[in-house]
Design a protein around this ligand. Structure first.
Ligand code: HBI
Ligand code: FE
Length: 288
């Protein structure tokens, strides 16, 4: 009997979602030699497009972090090199994973100061949008902020809270916190509103939309409000939450009683476009 050959996913040799090769904790090696020239070129295209937007739209901590990582725009970065640099900066290790991993494993890695980075690159026809994290989103979007100690401490604390959260309601609230901060967070600076979220800064369209468009609401970060607010996974956000500075995030999480907050899970959630009388709208102080 002849077998049909199994086509490698999307023609690349770094397979998308290669969970079969992953360890029990979902770690996977990067197999750097397997990236094709086209994949390096996709990295370069995305990198150059985003870097051009950072000066005007990204938080200073993100820009500084990207420089500290010493990433080369021309080639896909090596996770081991970034991991060494990040460990020296904030004690965070970078590990390869095949894609999204179960929440419990994700939280456990963060709590141990390990950040999981997806090893495969998106295809050229997905430059602007894909539903799941790839190498560009995880590396370019997430690692720069992890070079900042307070932010790195926040991510670790978040992971530790997640490790202890057991109820589905608590996990849902923690997913909202991650979404509205780590993925789609904004911060005020003396030069106006800036993005620090990886979901924003790995997307050229949302980078401009989140910081400048007149459509979405931008409201002052409030932990309870965020924990109770649903989010949109397949379009730009209708609401962004704004920190006064990155320390604000860590301080508010450190001061919070999460067990008490998780009790609020019984109350109905706010829709992603809800506007509450208690919301404090944030307007950019500086001209763009
Ligand atoms: N896995 N690789 C990866 N990356 C994520 O961002 C991620 C995940 N698993 C779970 C998860 N995020 C979410 O549940 C967050 O809300 C924590
Ligand atoms: Fe992400």
């Amino acid at each position: 009997m002849t077998r049909l050959p199994v086509a490698p996913t999307q023609g690349s040799v770094v397979l998308r979602g290669d969970y079969a090769r992953a360890a029990a904790d979902f770690r996977i090696s990067q197999t750097y030699e397997s990236y094709t020239e086209d994949e390096h070129d996709i990295w370069r295209t995305l990198f150059e497009r985003q870097v051009g937007l950072l000066t005007e739209h990204a938080a200073p901590e993100f820009q500084a972090g990207l420089r500290l990582l010493g990433v080369d725009s021309h080639r896909i970065p090596m996770l081991e090199e970034a991991s060494e640099r990040l460990q020296r900066l904030t004690g965070f290790e970078v590990i390869g994973v095949p894609g999204l991993i179960p929440e419990a494993d994700f939280f456990a890695h963060l709590a141990e100061r390990r950040f999981p980075v997806t090893v495969w690159m998106r295809r050229r026809d997905e430059l602007d949008y894909l539903v799941e994290p790839d190498l560009f989103h995880d590396f370019f979007g997430h690692l720069p902020m992890l070079a900042h100690t307070v932010f790195a401490n926040f991510i670790q604390a978040y992971g530790a809270i997640g490790v202890h959260a057991k109820s589905p309601a608590a996990l849902k609230m923690l997913a909202r916190l991650y979404w509205y901060t780590v993925e789609f967070g904004l911060v005020t600076t003396s030069r106006g509103l800036r993005a620090y979220g990886a979901g924003i800064l790995s997307s050229s369209g949302e980078t401009i939309y989140a910081t400048k468009a007149s459509g979405p609401a931008r409201i002052a970060f409030d932990l309870q409000r965020v924990l109770r607010t649903n989010y949109l996974i397949d379009s730009y956000q209708k609401t962004y939450f704004v920190l006064h500075d990155i320390e604000h995030l860590f301080d508010s999480v450190l001061a919070a009683d999460f067990d008490a907050l998780f009790e609020l899970a019984d109350q109905p959630a706010y829709e992603s476009d809800a506007r509450l009388p208690t919301d404090q709208p944030i307007v950019s102080l500086a001209p763009s």
